[in-house]
Write a protein that binds this ligand. Structure first.
Ligand code: 15L
Length: 272
């Protein structure tokens, strides 16, 4: 990947999560010091250039201490799947507010926010969207990411903190089902997009989708192209294996909605 000048101290939240763990070593070359945090236990620092901090994002004072001294933030932390509202509220809604408030107080000027395709999950798979489309969140998780994008916009408009919000599709080692043939984002392409989001000047608040160069895309990702993102991978090599899977029933949310099964989760409380 093209070399960039380094960020002095880069904070990666959610470092014990699936994508956080993938990014931890891959982001190291882009920072003099990489501070990694999570609410869960993590591997110890692999070198003097890593700092490991256990932090609950719902704890305002702890987040302030975490952010102090950092120059940019890659915010992957919080709940990463659909959950009851109260859990999402603590980790994602209060969590991202604490991150931005701490960024404001401690002079951080750039954030990369791991938003999600579930912000627009109730669109049909037959529709093609760009990042400016009206949001249609498919659950509390998607709603929290929608809030996060609005918060990022507010902190840019009010305080000039720049953010790229990445509506990540499905970032995993290999596409494993038909939906992922469209939503898949390889780890290398994820890293490329995050690096572009960190180093491209003048992004204001930009929203992009996070997908590889898949054949059947649902997203017009011209905003990502403006950041210089050129995905290198595609789900196509897995198509024949995935298409050999048993057919889904007509009407299955995995076939109908962009958000797949997220659109059918809940309610989490019994009706009264
Ligand atoms: C997400 O936002 C989740 O974090 C991830 O676990 C996947 O479920 C992904 O969306 C997806 O839509 O496949």
């Amino acid at each position: 990947m093209q070399t960039h000048s380094k960020i002095h101290r880069l904070l990666l939240t959610g470092a014990a999560g699936h994508l956080g763990a993938v990014l931890r070593d891959r982001l190291q070359p882009f920072a003099d010091v990489l501070r990694v945090s999570d609410i869960a236990c993590m591997e110890p620092a692999s070198s003097a250039a890593q700092e490991v901090v256990i932090c609950d994002l719902a704890d305002k004072a702890a987040v302030h201490a975490l952010v102090q001294g950092c120059d940019a933030i890659v915010h992957m932390g919080g709940v990463s799947v659909e959950k009851p509202f109260e859990e999402v509220l603590e980790a994602n809604v209060k969590g991202i507010y604490h991150v931005y408030e701490a960024a404001r107080c401690h002079g951080v000027r750039r954030v990369v926010f791991a938003s999600s395709n579930h912000v627009t999950g109730f669109y049909k798979q037959t529709e093609k969207l760009d990042a400016g489309v009206q949001r249609r969140p498919d659950g509390y998780y998607g709603l929290s990411k929608s809030f996060g994008e609005d918060l990022a916009m507010f902190y840019f408009d009010r305080y000039g903190i720049e953010t790229v919000s990445i509506r990540i599709g499905t970032s995993c080692a290999e596409p494993a089902n038909r939906r992922m043939l469209s939503t898949w984002l390889s780890y290398d392409d994820l890293l490329q997009l995050i690096v572009r989001a960190l180093f491209t000047p003048g992004v204001g608040h930009t929203v992009v989708y996070g997908a590889s160069a898949n054949r059947d895309v649902w997203w017009d990702n011209h905003e990502a192209a403006r950041l210089g993102y050129v995905p290198k991978d595609s789900s196509e090599p897995w198509r024949s294996v995935v298409e050999a899977q048993p057919a889904l029933e007509a009407g299955d949310p995995m076939l109908v909605y962009q958000g797949g099964f997220y659109t059918a989760q809940g309610p989490f409380e019994a009706s009264r």
